[in-house]
Design a protein around this ligand. Sequence first.
Ligand code: SF4
Length: 439
Amino acid sequence: MPHPSSDAPSPRPGADPSPTAADAAAPASCAGAGHDTPRPFGGFLESALEAVAARRDNSIRLGKADGLAVLRAADLLGIGWLANGVRERLHGRRTYYNINRHIDYSNVCVNHCEFCAFSREKGAPGAWTRSLDEIFALAESAAAAASPVSACSPAAAGSSVAQGASTPAVTELHIVGGCHPDLPFEYYVQMLRGLRERLPGVHLKAFTAVEIAHFARLSGLKIEAVLTRLIEAGLGSLPGGGAEVLTPATRRMICGEKISARRWLNIHRTAHRLGLKTTCTMLYGHVESLEDRIDHLLALRALQDETGGFQAFVPLAFHPAHSRLSHLPGPSGAADLKTVAAARLLLDNIPHVKAYWVMLGVKTAQVAQSFGADDLDGTVVEETITHMAGAQSPQALTVKDLRRLIQETGHIPVERDSLYREVRRSQKLAEATGRRPCG
Ligand code: SF4
Protein backbone atom coordinates (compact mmCIF):
# COMPACT_ATOMS: atom_id res chain seq x y z
CA MET A 1 0.00 0.00 0.00
CA PRO A 2 1.94 3.04 -1.17
CA HIS A 3 1.54 6.24 0.78
CA PRO A 4 1.90 9.83 -0.34
CA SER A 5 4.89 11.74 0.88
CA SER A 6 6.58 15.08 0.49
CA ASP A 7 10.02 15.91 -0.84
CA ALA A 8 11.94 17.01 2.23
CA PRO A 9 15.45 15.59 2.20
CA SER A 10 16.63 13.18 4.82
CA PRO A 11 20.17 13.53 6.12
CA ARG A 12 22.32 10.44 6.27
CA PRO A 13 22.99 8.99 9.71
CA GLY A 14 25.44 11.27 11.47
CA ALA A 15 24.60 14.37 9.44
CA ASP A 16 23.94 17.72 11.13
CA PRO A 17 21.08 16.91 13.45
CA SER A 18 20.05 20.46 14.36
CA PRO A 19 16.31 20.24 14.93
CA THR A 20 14.10 22.74 13.14
CA ALA A 21 10.54 23.84 13.78
CA ALA A 22 9.47 21.53 10.99
CA ASP A 23 11.26 18.65 12.70
CA ALA A 24 9.32 19.21 15.86
CA ALA A 25 6.00 19.18 14.04
CA ALA A 26 5.95 15.45 13.45
CA PRO A 27 3.50 14.26 10.82
CA ALA A 28 0.71 12.26 12.41
CA SER A 29 0.03 9.98 9.47
CA CYS A 30 1.99 6.90 8.54
CA ALA A 31 3.51 7.86 5.22
CA GLY A 32 6.13 6.39 2.95
CA ALA A 33 9.59 7.80 2.42
CA GLY A 34 10.49 10.87 0.46
CA HIS A 35 10.67 11.07 -3.32
CA ASP A 36 13.97 11.75 -4.97
CA THR A 37 15.89 12.25 -1.76
CA PRO A 38 19.53 12.93 -2.54
CA ARG A 39 21.89 10.01 -2.10
CA PRO A 40 24.01 10.61 0.97
CA PHE A 41 27.43 9.44 -0.04
CA GLY A 42 27.59 9.05 -3.77
CA GLY A 43 25.51 5.91 -3.95
CA PHE A 44 25.11 2.63 -2.15
CA LEU A 45 27.82 0.03 -1.92
CA GLU A 46 25.33 -2.61 -3.10
CA SER A 47 23.03 -2.33 -6.09
CA ALA A 48 20.26 -4.22 -4.27
CA LEU A 49 19.90 -1.27 -1.90
CA GLU A 50 19.73 1.11 -4.83
CA ALA A 51 16.71 -0.83 -6.07
CA VAL A 52 15.08 -0.64 -2.61
CA ALA A 53 15.70 3.09 -2.54
CA ALA A 54 14.13 3.55 -5.97
CA ARG A 55 10.96 1.76 -4.87
CA ARG A 56 10.89 3.64 -1.57
CA ASP A 57 11.29 6.96 -3.34
CA ASN A 58 8.49 6.15 -5.77
CA SER A 59 6.12 5.12 -2.97
CA ILE A 60 6.02 1.56 -4.26
CA ARG A 61 5.23 -0.76 -1.40
CA LEU A 62 8.30 -2.78 -0.47
CA GLY A 63 8.07 -6.56 -0.59
CA LYS A 64 9.85 -9.66 0.57
CA ALA A 65 12.76 -9.26 -1.84
CA ASP A 66 13.36 -5.71 -0.56
CA GLY A 67 13.33 -6.85 3.04
CA LEU A 68 15.78 -9.65 2.30
CA ALA A 69 18.02 -7.26 0.40
CA VAL A 70 18.24 -5.08 3.51
CA LEU A 71 18.95 -7.98 5.85
CA ARG A 72 21.57 -9.46 3.49
CA ALA A 73 23.36 -6.21 2.67
CA ALA A 74 26.61 -5.21 4.35
CA ASP A 75 26.35 -1.48 3.62
CA LEU A 76 25.27 -0.55 7.12
CA LEU A 77 25.31 3.21 6.58
CA GLY A 78 23.29 2.81 3.39
CA ILE A 79 20.72 0.71 5.24
CA GLY A 80 20.52 3.26 8.02
CA TRP A 81 20.04 6.07 5.56
CA LEU A 82 17.20 4.22 3.83
CA ALA A 83 15.31 3.52 7.05
CA ASN A 84 16.07 6.90 8.57
CA GLY A 85 14.33 8.56 5.64
CA VAL A 86 11.09 6.80 6.55
CA ARG A 87 11.56 7.50 10.25
CA GLU A 88 12.04 11.20 9.61
CA ARG A 89 9.10 11.35 7.26
CA LEU A 90 6.91 10.03 10.06
CA HIS A 91 8.39 11.61 13.15
CA GLY A 92 10.98 14.19 12.22
CA ARG A 93 13.77 14.15 14.79
CA ARG A 94 11.44 13.19 17.64
CA THR A 95 12.19 10.16 19.75
CA TYR A 96 9.58 9.03 22.23
CA TYR A 97 9.97 7.58 25.70
CA ASN A 98 7.62 6.94 28.59
CA ILE A 99 7.72 6.66 32.35
CA ASN A 100 6.64 3.14 33.03
CA ARG A 101 7.13 0.30 35.46
CA HIS A 102 7.21 -3.37 34.58
CA ILE A 103 5.52 -5.83 36.90
CA ASP A 104 6.08 -9.51 36.17
CA TYR A 105 3.48 -11.26 38.35
CA SER A 106 4.79 -14.84 38.07
CA ASN A 107 7.43 -16.87 36.28
CA VAL A 108 5.49 -20.12 36.66
CA CYS A 109 4.48 -21.38 33.25
CA VAL A 110 2.95 -24.49 31.74
CA ASN A 111 4.87 -23.95 28.50
CA HIS A 112 8.51 -24.79 27.84
CA CYS A 113 9.66 -22.44 25.11
CA GLU A 114 13.19 -23.26 23.98
CA PHE A 115 14.39 -19.67 24.14
CA CYS A 116 12.95 -18.85 27.57
CA ALA A 117 15.17 -18.48 30.64
CA PHE A 118 12.38 -16.91 32.68
CA SER A 119 9.85 -19.68 33.26
CA ARG A 120 9.84 -22.34 35.99
CA GLU A 121 7.61 -25.27 36.81
CA LYS A 122 5.30 -24.66 39.74
CA GLY A 123 7.18 -25.45 42.97
CA ALA A 124 10.58 -25.66 41.25
CA PRO A 125 13.55 -23.76 42.69
CA GLY A 126 13.41 -20.17 41.54
CA ALA A 127 9.66 -20.20 40.89
CA TRP A 128 7.75 -17.21 42.21
CA THR A 129 4.25 -15.76 42.08
CA ARG A 130 3.29 -12.39 43.48
CA SER A 131 0.19 -11.92 45.56
CA LEU A 132 -2.22 -9.18 44.58
CA ASP A 133 -1.16 -7.17 47.64
CA GLU A 134 2.48 -7.38 46.54
CA ILE A 135 1.52 -6.19 43.07
CA PHE A 136 -0.51 -3.31 44.45
CA ALA A 137 2.39 -2.30 46.72
CA LEU A 138 4.85 -2.32 43.80
CA ALA A 139 2.52 -0.23 41.70
CA GLU A 140 1.86 2.26 44.46
CA SER A 141 5.55 2.67 45.18
CA ALA A 142 6.18 3.38 41.50
CA ALA A 143 3.47 6.00 41.52
CA ALA A 144 4.62 7.59 44.80
CA ALA A 145 6.14 10.62 43.08
CA ALA A 146 2.71 12.08 42.33
CA SER A 147 2.59 15.16 40.16
CA PRO A 148 0.06 17.00 38.06
CA VAL A 149 0.40 16.01 34.43
CA SER A 150 -1.65 16.42 31.32
CA ALA A 151 -1.39 14.93 27.89
CA CYS A 152 -1.29 18.22 26.01
CA SER A 153 -1.27 17.26 22.40
CA PRO A 154 -1.37 14.13 20.30
CA ALA A 155 2.13 12.88 19.58
CA ALA A 156 0.75 10.65 16.87
CA ALA A 157 -2.76 9.87 15.80
CA GLY A 158 -4.36 9.85 19.26
CA SER A 159 -6.65 12.41 20.82
CA SER A 160 -5.68 14.46 23.83
CA VAL A 161 -6.98 13.73 27.34
CA ALA A 162 -8.49 16.17 29.84
CA GLN A 163 -6.08 18.96 30.74
CA GLY A 164 -4.85 19.05 34.28
CA ALA A 165 -5.85 15.52 35.17
CA SER A 166 -3.96 14.47 38.30
CA THR A 167 -1.75 11.59 37.30
CA PRO A 168 1.28 10.01 38.98
CA ALA A 169 4.68 10.43 37.39
CA VAL A 170 4.46 6.84 36.16
CA THR A 171 1.96 6.79 33.32
CA GLU A 172 2.02 3.07 32.50
CA LEU A 173 2.22 -0.28 34.25
CA HIS A 174 3.42 -3.04 31.93
CA ILE A 175 2.22 -6.35 33.36
CA VAL A 176 3.06 -9.81 32.04
CA GLY A 177 3.88 -13.25 33.36
CA GLY A 178 3.97 -16.96 32.62
CA CYS A 179 0.92 -19.15 31.97
CA HIS A 180 0.36 -20.26 35.55
CA PRO A 181 -1.45 -23.61 35.83
CA ASP A 182 -3.84 -22.71 38.63
CA LEU A 183 -4.18 -19.01 39.21
CA PRO A 184 -7.87 -18.40 38.48
CA PHE A 185 -9.02 -15.87 35.90
CA GLU A 186 -10.38 -13.80 38.80
CA TYR A 187 -6.79 -13.20 39.98
CA TYR A 188 -6.13 -11.23 36.78
CA VAL A 189 -9.47 -9.44 36.85
CA GLN A 190 -8.94 -8.42 40.48
CA MET A 191 -5.38 -7.36 39.69
CA LEU A 192 -6.55 -4.85 37.09
CA ARG A 193 -9.55 -3.73 39.13
CA GLY A 194 -7.39 -3.16 42.22
CA LEU A 195 -4.77 -1.25 40.25
CA ARG A 196 -7.37 0.92 38.57
CA GLU A 197 -8.95 1.76 41.94
CA ARG A 198 -5.60 2.65 43.45
CA LEU A 199 -4.09 4.40 40.43
CA PRO A 200 -6.92 5.59 38.23
CA GLY A 201 -4.69 7.76 36.04
CA VAL A 202 -2.19 5.03 35.15
CA HIS A 203 -2.57 3.09 31.90
CA LEU A 204 -2.63 -0.68 32.38
CA LYS A 205 -0.84 -2.39 29.51
CA ALA A 206 -1.18 -6.01 30.41
CA PHE A 207 -1.12 -9.63 29.25
CA THR A 208 0.22 -10.87 25.95
CA ALA A 209 -1.99 -12.76 23.50
CA VAL A 210 -0.48 -15.99 24.90
CA GLU A 211 -1.75 -15.11 28.38
CA ILE A 212 -5.14 -14.07 27.00
CA ALA A 213 -5.47 -17.50 25.33
CA HIS A 214 -4.45 -19.12 28.63
CA PHE A 215 -7.13 -17.17 30.52
CA ALA A 216 -9.69 -18.36 27.96
CA ARG A 217 -8.67 -21.96 28.64
CA LEU A 218 -8.77 -21.43 32.40
CA SER A 219 -12.15 -19.72 32.41
CA GLY A 220 -13.91 -21.51 29.58
CA LEU A 221 -14.70 -18.11 28.08
CA LYS A 222 -14.16 -17.08 24.48
CA ILE A 223 -11.34 -14.64 23.69
CA GLU A 224 -13.77 -11.79 23.16
CA ALA A 225 -15.41 -12.40 26.53
CA VAL A 226 -12.02 -12.56 28.29
CA LEU A 227 -10.93 -9.28 26.76
CA THR A 228 -14.27 -7.64 27.51
CA ARG A 229 -14.04 -8.58 31.20
CA LEU A 230 -10.46 -7.33 31.39
CA ILE A 231 -11.38 -4.07 29.68
CA GLU A 232 -14.19 -3.59 32.20
CA ALA A 233 -11.64 -4.18 34.98
CA GLY A 234 -9.24 -1.56 33.63
CA LEU A 235 -7.19 -3.04 30.78
CA GLY A 236 -5.90 -0.23 28.56
CA SER A 237 -3.91 -2.04 25.86
CA LEU A 238 -2.10 -5.29 25.10
CA PRO A 239 1.68 -5.69 24.86
CA GLY A 240 2.92 -7.50 21.78
CA GLY A 241 4.80 -10.40 23.34
CA GLY A 242 4.35 -14.01 22.33
CA ALA A 243 4.57 -13.39 18.59
CA GLU A 244 8.13 -14.83 18.58
CA VAL A 245 8.40 -15.99 14.96
CA LEU A 246 5.11 -16.42 13.13
CA THR A 247 6.38 -18.84 10.46
CA PRO A 248 4.68 -22.11 11.56
CA ALA A 249 7.64 -24.51 11.11
CA THR A 250 10.10 -22.33 12.98
CA ARG A 251 7.53 -21.48 15.62
CA ARG A 252 7.04 -25.19 16.29
CA MET A 253 10.81 -25.57 16.76
CA ILE A 254 11.16 -22.86 19.38
CA CYS A 255 7.80 -22.80 21.15
CA GLY A 256 5.71 -25.75 20.08
CA GLU A 257 3.39 -25.58 23.11
CA LYS A 258 2.54 -21.96 22.61
CA ILE A 259 -0.55 -20.76 20.71
CA SER A 260 -0.23 -20.89 16.93
CA ALA A 261 0.73 -17.89 14.85
CA ARG A 262 -2.79 -17.78 13.51
CA ARG A 263 -4.26 -17.65 17.01
CA TRP A 264 -1.80 -14.93 18.07
CA LEU A 265 -2.89 -12.82 15.10
CA ASN A 266 -6.56 -13.56 15.75
CA ILE A 267 -6.34 -12.43 19.37
CA HIS A 268 -4.84 -9.12 18.28
CA ARG A 269 -7.51 -8.88 15.58
CA THR A 270 -10.18 -9.33 18.26
CA ALA A 271 -8.50 -6.84 20.59
CA HIS A 272 -8.39 -4.25 17.81
CA ARG A 273 -12.07 -4.86 17.02
CA LEU A 274 -12.89 -4.21 20.69
CA GLY A 275 -11.05 -0.89 20.50
CA LEU A 276 -7.79 -1.86 22.19
CA LYS A 277 -4.51 -0.66 20.78
CA THR A 278 -1.69 -3.19 20.88
CA THR A 279 1.96 -3.50 19.98
CA CYS A 280 3.58 -6.32 18.05
CA THR A 281 6.97 -7.96 18.43
CA MET A 282 9.38 -10.40 16.78
CA LEU A 283 11.99 -12.45 18.62
CA TYR A 284 14.96 -12.69 16.27
CA GLY A 285 18.53 -13.92 16.31
CA HIS A 286 18.06 -17.60 17.23
CA VAL A 287 17.24 -20.39 14.74
CA GLU A 288 15.02 -18.41 12.39
CA SER A 289 16.02 -17.68 8.80
CA LEU A 290 16.11 -14.24 7.24
CA GLU A 291 13.04 -15.30 5.22
CA ASP A 292 11.25 -16.06 8.50
CA ARG A 293 11.96 -12.54 9.71
CA ILE A 294 10.58 -10.92 6.59
CA ASP A 295 7.53 -13.24 6.42
CA HIS A 296 6.84 -12.32 10.04
CA LEU A 297 6.94 -8.60 9.28
CA LEU A 298 4.68 -9.06 6.28
CA ALA A 299 2.15 -11.01 8.37
CA LEU A 300 2.02 -8.14 10.86
CA ARG A 301 1.64 -5.65 8.03
CA ALA A 302 -1.25 -7.63 6.54
CA LEU A 303 -3.14 -7.59 9.85
CA GLN A 304 -2.44 -3.90 10.26
CA ASP A 305 -3.91 -3.23 6.81
CA GLU A 306 -7.07 -4.88 8.08
CA THR A 307 -7.37 -3.39 11.59
CA GLY A 308 -4.99 -0.46 12.08
CA GLY A 309 -4.66 -1.46 15.74
CA PHE A 310 -0.91 -1.85 16.11
CA GLN A 311 0.73 1.24 17.55
CA ALA A 312 4.31 0.07 17.46
CA PHE A 313 6.55 -2.77 16.39
CA VAL A 314 9.15 -3.94 18.89
CA PRO A 315 12.02 -6.11 17.59
CA LEU A 316 13.22 -8.31 20.44
CA ALA A 317 16.84 -9.43 20.30
CA PHE A 318 17.25 -13.01 21.50
CA HIS A 319 19.33 -13.50 24.66
CA PRO A 320 20.59 -17.09 24.81
CA ALA A 321 22.01 -17.40 28.34
CA HIS A 322 20.32 -19.97 30.60
CA SER A 323 17.89 -21.05 27.85
CA ARG A 324 17.82 -24.37 25.97
CA LEU A 325 19.34 -22.44 23.07
CA SER A 326 22.31 -21.22 25.10
CA HIS A 327 24.71 -22.69 22.52
CA LEU A 328 23.63 -20.00 20.03
CA PRO A 329 25.49 -16.71 19.88
CA GLY A 330 22.46 -14.39 19.69
CA PRO A 331 22.22 -11.55 17.18
CA SER A 332 25.15 -9.27 16.42
CA GLY A 333 25.00 -5.49 16.52
CA ALA A 334 24.76 -5.39 12.73
CA ALA A 335 21.86 -7.87 12.78
CA ASP A 336 20.10 -5.73 15.39
CA LEU A 337 20.39 -2.57 13.31
CA LYS A 338 19.45 -4.26 10.03
CA THR A 339 16.36 -5.79 11.65
CA VAL A 340 15.26 -2.42 12.99
CA ALA A 341 15.81 -0.88 9.56
CA ALA A 342 14.00 -3.65 7.66
CA ALA A 343 11.05 -3.27 10.02
CA ARG A 344 10.88 0.48 9.50
CA LEU A 345 11.02 0.07 5.74
CA LEU A 346 8.48 -2.76 5.44
CA LEU A 347 5.99 -1.78 8.15
CA ASP A 348 4.74 1.26 6.28
CA ASN A 349 1.41 1.14 8.13
CA ILE A 350 2.65 0.83 11.74
CA PRO A 351 3.46 4.25 13.15
CA HIS A 352 6.28 3.47 15.56
CA VAL A 353 9.32 1.20 15.69
CA LYS A 354 10.73 0.80 19.16
CA ALA A 355 14.36 0.31 20.14
CA TYR A 356 13.67 -1.57 23.37
CA TRP A 357 16.86 -0.81 25.28
CA VAL A 358 16.43 -3.72 27.70
CA MET A 359 16.95 -6.27 24.92
CA LEU A 360 19.01 -4.28 22.42
CA GLY A 361 21.30 -2.90 25.07
CA VAL A 362 21.45 0.80 25.75
CA LYS A 363 24.22 1.56 23.26
CA THR A 364 22.63 -0.24 20.32
CA ALA A 365 19.23 1.24 21.15
CA GLN A 366 20.75 4.69 21.01
CA VAL A 367 22.27 4.05 17.56
CA ALA A 368 19.01 2.45 16.36
CA GLN A 369 17.46 5.92 16.36
CA SER A 370 19.39 6.45 13.13
CA PHE A 371 18.19 3.12 11.70
CA GLY A 372 14.44 3.69 11.84
CA ALA A 373 13.56 3.56 15.54
CA ASP A 374 11.65 6.50 17.00
CA ASP A 375 10.94 5.19 20.51
CA LEU A 376 13.29 4.03 23.28
CA ASP A 377 10.53 2.62 25.53
CA GLY A 378 10.68 3.73 29.15
CA THR A 379 12.18 3.77 32.58
CA VAL A 380 11.05 0.13 33.15
CA VAL A 381 12.34 0.09 36.81
CA GLU A 382 12.50 -3.69 37.18
CA GLU A 383 12.79 -6.25 34.41
CA THR A 384 13.18 -9.96 35.00
CA ILE A 385 12.43 -11.73 31.72
CA THR A 386 15.47 -10.64 29.72
CA HIS A 387 17.77 -10.28 32.70
CA MET A 388 17.18 -13.94 33.64
CA ALA A 389 18.50 -14.64 30.10
CA GLY A 390 21.70 -12.78 30.79
CA ALA A 391 20.90 -9.26 29.59
CA GLN A 392 23.71 -6.86 30.49
CA SER A 393 21.51 -3.77 30.25
CA PRO A 394 20.62 -2.00 33.50
CA GLN A 395 17.37 -2.75 35.33
CA ALA A 396 16.16 0.80 34.94
CA LEU A 397 16.92 4.07 33.21
CA THR A 398 16.09 7.46 34.62
CA VAL A 399 14.31 10.10 32.58
CA LYS A 400 17.59 11.98 32.54
CA ASP A 401 19.34 8.91 31.06
CA LEU A 402 16.70 8.49 28.37
CA ARG A 403 16.77 12.15 27.39
CA ARG A 404 20.55 12.16 27.21
CA LEU A 405 20.57 9.06 24.98
CA ILE A 406 18.14 10.81 22.65
CA GLN A 407 19.76 14.23 22.63
CA GLU A 408 23.28 12.91 22.08
CA THR A 409 22.21 11.69 18.63
CA GLY A 410 20.59 15.01 17.75
CA HIS A 411 17.05 13.79 18.36
CA ILE A 412 14.32 15.53 20.32
CA PRO A 413 13.08 13.71 23.42
CA VAL A 414 9.29 13.59 23.73
CA GLU A 415 7.61 11.98 26.69
CA ARG A 416 4.55 10.04 25.56
CA ASP A 417 1.77 8.15 27.26
CA SER A 418 0.80 4.59 26.33
CA LEU A 419 -1.29 5.81 23.39
CA TYR A 420 1.54 8.00 22.04
CA ARG A 421 0.03 11.26 23.23
CA GLU A 422 2.62 13.78 24.29
CA VAL A 423 2.92 14.24 28.05
CA ARG A 424 3.97 17.61 29.35
CA ARG A 425 4.93 18.04 32.95
CA SER A 426 4.23 20.91 35.27
CA GLN A 427 6.92 23.60 35.56
CA LYS A 428 7.95 22.39 39.00
CA LEU A 429 8.54 18.81 37.93
CA ALA A 430 10.13 19.90 34.67
CA GLU A 431 12.68 21.94 36.59
CA ALA A 432 13.37 19.01 38.86
CA THR A 433 13.84 16.49 36.08
CA GLY A 434 14.91 18.52 33.07
CA ARG A 435 11.71 17.75 31.20
CA ARG A 436 10.00 20.37 29.08
CA PRO A 437 7.01 22.04 30.78
CA CYS A 438 3.66 22.78 29.13
CA GLY A 439 3.41 26.04 27.26
S1 SF4 B 1 8.19 -17.56 26.76
FE1 SF4 B 1 6.32 -17.23 27.94
S2 SF4 B 1 4.99 -18.96 27.38
FE2 SF4 B 1 7.08 -19.53 26.80
S3 SF4 B 1 7.89 -20.65 28.60
FE3 SF4 B 1 8.53 -18.48 28.80
S4 SF4 B 1 6.93 -17.58 30.08
FE4 SF4 B 1 6.09 -19.51 29.27
